[in-house]
Design a protein around this ligand. Structure first.
Ligand code: IMP
Length: 429
């Protein structure tokens, strides 16, 4: 029984929630390996829309267990709110959810720091989600982070908070000219979640390796996308973790030899939120039109997403890094009404043709997309469940994508609604 990884091949928001939900019903365990509540996975079930930020969408399946891996950063306040909302919908969270005891916490001062840093950056801002994610990972790397297991012992927790606030106080007050926090306030704000965390905390490495040994179906759910990866993304306009497959091993404690299959998730066009380069971005009316058709507003912050045509060099880089040859295409139906659709096959830069997304590209660099224009299919695809029943021009569009990125389309999503998907393979073999 395989361990599969599902990850985004663009700048996040590829519509992974829908695909994860589809596969999760066959999974015994769904594990997240990086990120925090900067993610937003949307699943529409009947009349209810669930937007999950920290908890894997696998939680919506009563038979599936979920694990938050050690590579994640968890905001206790947001996490507790998410649990309450799920419980209000009758979803069993306490029996199905586990948290790795070595995951890090996003503390209230990380959230404030994220906001004041962004303000200070002015025009050079990254466009973060403002959730304190990068600041929590910063403390992890500088070895002053507070972990879930620190909530087992109040003295240890108090000492760590006090030491951190001594470090942050001059930074807030003197550099960012803002009020710092009193240690007692932070301790009170966070300690009240200690029991909740302690009841969910596990040795996540042993849990996932036991599932592997028992031959169970496991899906590792990536948040964000490869082009937001701290190492491979459009640095510095990236998140602070590794959505790419290496993050699966370090974020869960499993050997690379245990990964059986990697699926890439690719939107039928391109979007991004936040700042940074975007060669196929459509501005003005065309961009607005695509945004309207695809309801492209961030699931976490509500920000309008920047929209553009499908960018093959961008996805080629993600395919190279992830090693996947199988992709799920999402939101094909968004293109249903267009007369013509462009796909970017390569870029032209200073007289050269560039066919893979370059590192270090700047928003001002002149990477001009080379487009191939394809005819639109002008037919509603929403209720189609069989690949062969798709309009010929829609199939041609998908085959063009396959050809351009050298990967096979294994699933096509044609509606935000649960289950409305064309599936060409058995995901767990
Ligand atoms: P951070 O992860 O909040 O630090 O934000 C860093 C960058 O990643 C910003 O451009 C965010 O808009 C982007 N980002 C973070 N999480 C997501 C996501 O789930 N989808 C899309 N973009 C994201």
């Amino acid at each position: 029984m395989p361990l599969i990884v599902l990850l985004g091949c663009q700048w996040g928001d590829e519509g992974k929630g829908k695909i994860v939900d589809l596969i999760a019903k066959e999974a015994d365990l769904v594990a997240r390996y990086q990120g925090g509540n900067n993610a937003g996975h949307t699943v529409v079930i009947d009349d209810a829309t669930f937007i999950l930020h920290t908890i894997p969408t696998g939680i919506l399946h009563p038979e599936t267990k979920c694990l938050l891996g050690n590579g994640m950063v968890i905001d206790p306040e947001a996490f507790s709110k998410e649990i309450k909302e799920l419980e209000q919908h009758g979803i069993a969270v306490d029996t199905n959810l586990m948290i790795s005891e070595t995951a890090h916490l996003v503390m209230p001062y990380h959230k404030l720091l994220d906001l004041v840093q962004e303000k200070k950056r002015g025009k050079g801002k990254i466009g973060t989600t403002g959730r304190g994610i990068g600041c929590s990972y910063g403390d992890k790397v500088t070895r002053q982070g507070i972990r879930v297991l620190d909530l087992r012992n109040k003295d240890r927790f108090v000492k760590k908070v006090q030491a951190n606030l001594e470090f942050y106080k001059p930074l807030f007050e003197q550099i960012y000219s803002t009020n710092s926090f009193a240690a007692d306030d932070i301790i009170q704000r966070v300690w009240k979640y200690a029991d909740m965390f302690n009841s969910l905390a596990v040795d996540g490495v042993s849990v996932i390796n036991q599932y592997i040994e028992q031959g169970k179906n496991i899906m590792c759910e990536g948040a964000q996308g490869i082009h937001l990866d701290i190492d491979f993304g459009t640095y510095p306009y990236v998140t602070s973790s590794n959505p790419s497959p290496g993050g699966v091993c370090t974020g869960l404690g499993i050997s690379p030899t245990k990964i059986d299959r990697i699926f890439g998730v690719v939107k039928a066009y391109t979007t991004r939120v936040g700042e940074g380069p975007f060669p196929t971005e459509l501005t003005m009316e065309q961009g607005d039109n695509l945004r309207k058709l695809g309801s492209e507003y961030g699931a976490t912050t509500g920000r309008p997403r920047r929209c553009g045509w499908f960018d093959a060099p961008l996805v080629r880089r993600a395919i190279q890094i992830s090693g996947t040859r199988e992709v799920a295409i999402t939101k094909l139906d968004v293109l249903d009404t267009l007369d013509t659709i462009n796909v970017c096959t390569a870029y032209r830069c200073n007289g050269r043709t560039v066919d893979i997304f370059p590192f270090g590209i700047d928003a001002d660099d002149n990477y001009e997309p080379i487009y191939e224009e394809l005819p639109g299919w002008k037919t509603c695809t929403e209720d189609i469940t069989d690949f062969d029943a798709l309009p010929e021009k829609a199939k041609a569009y998908l085959h063009k994508i396959e050809e351009l990125i050298s990967a096979k389309v294994i699933t096509v999503s044609v509606s935000p609604k649960r289950g409305k998907c064309i599936t060409l393979i058995d995901h767990f073999f």
